[in-house]
Design a protein around this ligand. Structure first.
Ligand code: FPP
Length: 251
């Protein structure tokens, strides 16, 4: 925690597309579920590493709305792993003062899992400095649909006028309304897609695609990603010259 030479453009929020569990297992002649089990261990490592590296928000893409199309046995195994993770980790999250949130259509998850999530969310709701968010039954497109319905409802009720709708209106209706936008999205396993993860929120995020399979991902890999991120220049539509002037003015 508290890296002494923290760069002004150090990532505050990292989103992780944890990919490669199946291939990791395949390469070892193991079942895909074993790959997911090892994936959970990588989650534990990375949550710990984020705190050690002073990254205050971490969002893990744990189960997409599209993942229901996987074989039933794999879906069930993933639900069980999530349940187990919450049962084992909630104590650690409380001990480390990490606030847990979940984003996605949570009512579409098995009732038992939703209950465990809500209990863990409640048990950590007093914290705020360190934040872990699990994206579960998550899809950016669904999130936009749900936000649009909420906005349409507010208009229909007369609580909002169409002229006043702007991005802020949407941001307040997204599942991520309590989170800052991600600064960095990392996808493991060599795939170079965003796969419906935080599509609107990552409009200005830096993207890093690493070859490492998720079960092999360590603190050292995370450090390397942060190093790459810090060396990049985020311009938000400005020219490089404007960005440099702004940096000098802020010194
Ligand atoms: C992608 O690997 C991974 C997933 C679809 C699930 C991610 C879930 C975990 C890491 C475990 C549960 C999470 C938590 C937070 C406890 P893949 O199966 O698509 O791998 P492949 O592309 O190599 O087949």
């Amino acid at each position: 925690m508290g890296t002494e030479s923290k760069s002004p453009n150090y990532p505050n929020h990292i989103g992780m597309i944890m990919d490669g569990n199946g291939r990791w297992a395949n390469q070892r002649g193991l079942s895909r579920n074993k790959g997911h089990q090892q994936g959970v261990e990588a989650c534990q490592r990375v949550v710990k590493a984020c705190q050690e590296l002073d990254v205050h928000y971490l969002t893990l893409y744990a189960f997409s709305a599209e993942n229901w199309k996987r074989p039933e046995s794999e879906v069930n195994a993933l639900m069980e792993l999530l349940e187990l993770y919450l049962a084992k980790e909630t104590k650690t999250l409380i001990q480390k003062e990490i606030r847990l949130r979940a984003i996605g259509r949570l009512d579409g998850l098995p009732a038992k899992l939703t209950k465990s999530i809500m209990e863990a969310v409640d048990a950590t709701s007093r914290f705020g400095e360190w934040n872990l968010t699990l994206a579960l039954n998550y899809s950016s497109r669904n999130e936009m649909v749900d936000a649009s319905k909420a906005i349409a409802n507010a208009v229909a009720q007369g609580d909002l006028s169409i002229e006043d709708i702007d991005w802020d209106t949407f941001a307040k209706c997204m599942y991520t309304k309590d989170l800052p936008d991600p600064d960095l999205i990392v996808r493991t396993s060599g795939e170079t897609r965003l796969s419906n993860f935080l599509m609107m929120q990552s409009a200005y995020a830096e993207l890093i695609f690493t070859e490492t399979f998720w079960p092999d991902f360590t603190k050292a890999h995370l450090e390397e990603c942060i190093k790459i991120y810090c060396a990049r220049e985020r311009r938000y539509g400005l020219t490089g010259e404007q960005v440099h002037k702004k940096k000098l003015a802020n010194k």
